[in-house]
Design a protein around this ligand. Structure first.
Ligand SMILES: C[S@@+](CC[C@H](N)C(=O)[O-])C[C@H]1O[C@@H](n2cnc3c(N)ncnc32)[C@H](O)[C@@H]1O
Length: 407
């Protein structure tokens, strides 16, 4: 199915209905996630044609209302009370400590957004979304997104203040503009431990929510490194200084945690290291299977000749200039057998999925951006790297695996 942007869609409702029908048929044959995405894509295209211009603009302008109501619902403990067995406005209002009229108005929005269903006046039913709101990981994602939502209203004034240049400054950038701070977001987080925790929990939870196809690819790559291949067949084990994987800007080690559980006795084959800012590394619980190392990726890379260097969800936070410097430090450290994996979005050249276009704009808070394949190739070429392969994970393309080698 070709992807069409709402404004370029011809008013061909019958053919869009055919797309929808064929997506329903495919659903039976494909994996649930893949099939659902196709169907959702077809349904969105149909809605895009049917939705009237005023409704579309109103929906865009009113989006902050839904989010603000959701956050209020979290703050008053609405989801906990609902799942404690209270499903009517009277009881929910009493338990949440809010006036009933206010509760009803909040619920009206949540019902209209499909977070709850309504089965009678002031009586509500759960949905998959409301159930998810009780999961700690899901709530961490909502909390993390809320932080960004507070920054975005400042975008128009910020862009005007920089004369509508494409933002490429990490400091102060949109984030600094919104917070009235001279610091970059990562520096600001280091000085605000509570917010740093929200950000790190968001990163870890986001990973848990996503599908794990790259986890298996990463595992295969580690298993194909000489130390693991050789030792696996010899069934020997010994301590070695070899570094199998160096996860640069690896946060609290979410990726290493999952590979170390999927490859038994990983540490007997070599070291796996997550590197991040000191404040982040200090918040990590020590783990015998992998190491956490404080490191600023704008400084020379201390880990030399690792089999795999990985940058996951890192480069989209930074401008091209900053990326070139991060990449140069890795290249300097790479040995003849080293490879670099970049796990990041690869934006389609046309009609990018809405989720990716929004994330791209969100990256302006750091002076970063999402990149197309041609942009990635050009960027990497400038530091003597070339793309070996690109694997796109799913139709949102939000996390692709770009395997890179020295030219
Ligand atoms: C978007 S997070 C991605 C984390 C991790 N790679 C993942 O996929 O979960 C970006 C990470 O880059 C780290 N970071 C930012 N500036 C850094 C720097 N100068 N040196 C090292 N890490 C940095 C942040 O602390 C954060 O953990």
């Amino acid at each position: 199915m070709s992807r069409r942007g709402p404004d370029t869609v011809s008013l061909d409702v019958p053919s869009l209905c055919c797309d929808l029908k064929s997506a329903v048929m495919q659903l039976q044959g494909s994996s649930p996630i893949q099939g659902t995405e196709e169907l959702l894509c077809a349904a969105k295209q149909l809605v895009a044609v049917l939705e009237q211009p005023f409704d579309r603009m109103a929906r865009l302008a009113k989006a902050p209302v839904g989010h603000a109501v959701l956050r209020t619902a979290i703050n008053i403990g609405l989801f906990e009370q609902f799942y404690a067995g209270i499903n009517h406005a009277e009881g929910l209002a009493a338990r949440c400590g809010v006036e009933k009229t206010l509760l009803v108005r909040l619920m009206n929005v949540l019902v209209s957004e499909g977070v709850f269903e309504q089965y009678g006046p002031q009586q509500y039913k759960s949905t998959l979304s409301s159930q998810h709101m009780t999961l700690p990981g899901f709530r961490a994602v909502v909390r993390g997104l809320a932080e960004t939502a507070d920054i975005m209203p400042h975008l128009p004034d910020y862009l005007a203040s920089i004369q509508y240049r494409n933002p490429s400054e990490n400091k102060p950038g949109l984030f600094g503009f919104a917070k009235r701070s001279e610091l970059s977001m990562f520096e600001w987080l280091e000085q605000n431990p509570e917010k740093l925790q929200v950000f790190q929990e968001f990163q870890s939870a986001k990973e848990e929510m996503l599908d794990t196809s790259f986890e298996s690819l990463l595992r295969e790559l580690i298993e194909s490194t000489p130390p693991v291949k050789k030792l696996s067949s010899d069934e020997e084990s010994f301590q070695t200084d070899t570094v199998l994987l160096c996860d640069v800007g690896g946060g609290r080690g979410t990726a290493l945690r999952s590979v170390s559980t999927s490859i038994p006795k990983l540490s007997t084959f070599g070291r796996t290291i997550t590197q991040d800012l000191r404040s982040v590394v200090e918040s990590i619980e020590p783990c015998p299977e992998w190491e956490a190392m404080p490191y600023d990726f704008f400084e020379p890379q201390p880990v030399k000749g690792a089999y795999i260097y990985m940058l996951r969800d890192v480069l989209h936070n930074w401008s091209d200039t900053a990326c070139l410097s991060i990449l140069s430090n890795i290249i300097e450290a790479m040995g003849p057998k080293s490879q670099l994996l970049i796990l990041d979005a690869v934006l389609p050249e046309t009609c990018a999925p809405q989720f990716m276009t929004y994330i791209d704009i969100q990256m302006m808070q750091f002076g970063g951006m999402e990149r197309t394949e041609s942009h990635w190739r050009h960027l990497l070429f400038q530091v003597g790297l070339e793309v070996e392969s690109i694997q796109v994970r799913n139709t949102t393309g939000l996390e692709s695996m770009i395997r890179v080698k020295k030219i």
